[in-house]
Design a protein around this ligand. Structure first.
Ligand code: OOG
Ligand code: NI
Length: 466
């Protein structure tokens, strides 16, 4: 029997193999990531594995897909459900960028710590907001809805195998093989000719709308390895002649602890595609739809930590507004140094980062009783803290990644009222719970604090504080 985590691991590996075959620059990215990770491991030793074993980090990937309707999203959820991946988080990208991004998103990923350690494969999944009149007027909406209703992304056999794997938690070898074959194929770029006029109609609204609703299938649009030093990776990719986007998104490089997520990417490459012209001929054209991205992950932040991050980002924007782009990094680094704790212990003591805590078995028993604040417990050697890795995404970075790959801004009728979507709406569309990432990290941290309280004989779980 092949368990869900084994299916997930195999799926991620096969998808990576397919993508590498079809998008050669991705293979370069994976090779350079591996080299950088080996170098960091040599230079920093065990410390390099503080945010994940080298085995986990080497195999770690995230991908992204985009679909058109709630019904398609429910099918996606079944395919990923087979792999032990659940929808976590709600992202509304419609207001985050200058370009038209008519999507709301979630990420499918494993949730339990042991499952994440086995293989943390995740897929950022976006749903076209067909009903938002700022992007689609009534006529276009009717055509788009009809087009989407007439396609099917996943064969019934794949969905039936997925349901079985989700219900039973495993598949027999032969069924597993068939499932993996069909699942990888469902996310490949289709060779079917693209209706050029229809694609261009949607592209005038948004390249993302065309990518989703202009074709009769879906595809992985990027696959992202994890790297332990993203600045070094950026230098080495540039040295190899691969043109990266201008920036690394997310927190700046700085001497303190790594938090959240830093990402950068290379632009989508023009790939040959068959296009059907209005008179029915099939010609060869090119579309830019698949790109490459790389990321470095840090410590998950609490609501307070995240609010601080968002505030700092706004401050960076404000101060960088009238300065050359090259100054932005320095501005960000200075603000971080001023406002963010420089050590993991302070991040924990101030309740800004998520950690799992353990009572130290060999702590000196000098007759004193343990202090109550997490800061003092750590300082005096009563407990140890292990960082909880950020497993999710950042809306602003996600919008930046989308945007960096759009040649054209598209159009948005800002006069019309938008339709509002939230996590509850998405859960309704999915017919599944959409999990709250903060609650997931928080639960893991609280469980560990309960264990600490029991081990130290404290009346209740220790709280942040000096
Ligand atoms: C998804 C972009 C978001 C990330 O890493 O933030 C993303 C897309 O382009 O469909 O993958
Ligand atoms: Ni991505």
């Amino acid at each position: 029997m092949i368990r869900q985590w084994q299916l997930r691991t195999a799926f991620a590996a096969r998808l990576s193999e397919m993508y590498g075959r079809e998008v050669p620059a991705y293979t370069t990215l994976v090779d350079v990531s591996r080299e950088v990770n080996e170098d960091v491991l040599r230079a920093r030793g065990a410390d390099a594995e503080r945010l994940g074993s080298i085995g986990r980090v080497t195999a770690e990937r995230h991908g992204a897909i985009r679909v058109g309707t709630p019904a398609e999203l429910r099918q996606v959820a079944r395919v990923f459900g087979a792999l032990g991946m659940r929808p976590v988080g709600f992202y509304d990208l419609r207001e985050t960028a200058a370009s038209a991004l008519p999507v709301v998103s979630t990420a499918f990923r494993p949730v339990a710590a042991d499952e994440l350690a086995r293989n943390p494969f995740r897929v950022f999944t976006s749903l076209l907001t067909v009903d938002d009149p700022r992007f689609f007027d009534a006529g276009l909406r009717t055509r788009l809805t009809a087009f989407l209703a007439g396609r099917s992304l996943f064969p019934p056999e794949l969905l039936a195998l997925a349901d079985r794997a989700e219900a039973e938690g495993e598949l027999p070898q032969d069924a597993a093989e068939r499932f993996l074959h069909l699942a990888v194929h469902a996310f490949e770029l289709s060779a079917e000719p693209v209706d050029r006029a229809w694609y261009e109609t949607l592209a005038r609204v948004s390249a993302v709308a065309a990518d989703i609703g202009g074709v009769r299938s879906t595809h992985i649009n990027h696959l992202t390895p994890r790297v332990l030093d993203i600045d070094e990776l950026y230098r080495r990719m540039t040295a190899r002649g691969i043109e990266m986007i201008d920036t690394i998104q997310g927190p700046p490089r700085w001497p303190g602890p790594d938090v959240l997520l830093r990402q950068t990417s290379f632009r989508a490459l023009a790939e040959p595609r068959a296009l059907r012209t209005p008179d029915g001929h099939v010609t060869r054209g090119a579309l830019r739809v698949r790109f490459g991205e790389v990321e470095a992950r840090g410590i998950a932040l609490t609501h307070e930590g995240r609010a601080l991050y968002d505030r700092l980002l706004a401050l960076v924007d404000e101060r960088a507004a009238h300065r050359p782009p090259a100054d932005r990094d320095g501005i960000a680094r200075a603000l971080w140094t001023e406002h963010l704790p420089a050590t993991e212990r302070e991040l924990a003591a101030q309740g800004l980062g998520f950690f799992t805590y353990d009572a130290v078995p060999e702590r000196p028993l000098d007759g004193g009783s343990p202090p109550s604040g997490i800061g003092a417990l750590l300082r005096d050697g009563w407990v140890r803290a292990e960082p909880i890795v950020y497993e999710d995404f950042l809306p602003r970075s996600a919008a930046g990644i989308f945007q960096s790959n759009l040649g054209d801004k598209g159009s948005r009728n800002s006069g019309a009222d938008g339709v509002s979507y939230d996590a509850a709406w998405l859960a309704g569309a999915l017919e599944r719970d959409v999990l709250d990432p903060f609650a997931l990290y928080g639960r893991e941290q609280s469980r560990s604090l309960d264990r600490v309280a029991a081990a130290l004989g404290l009346p209740g779980p220790p709280a942040p504080g000096a």
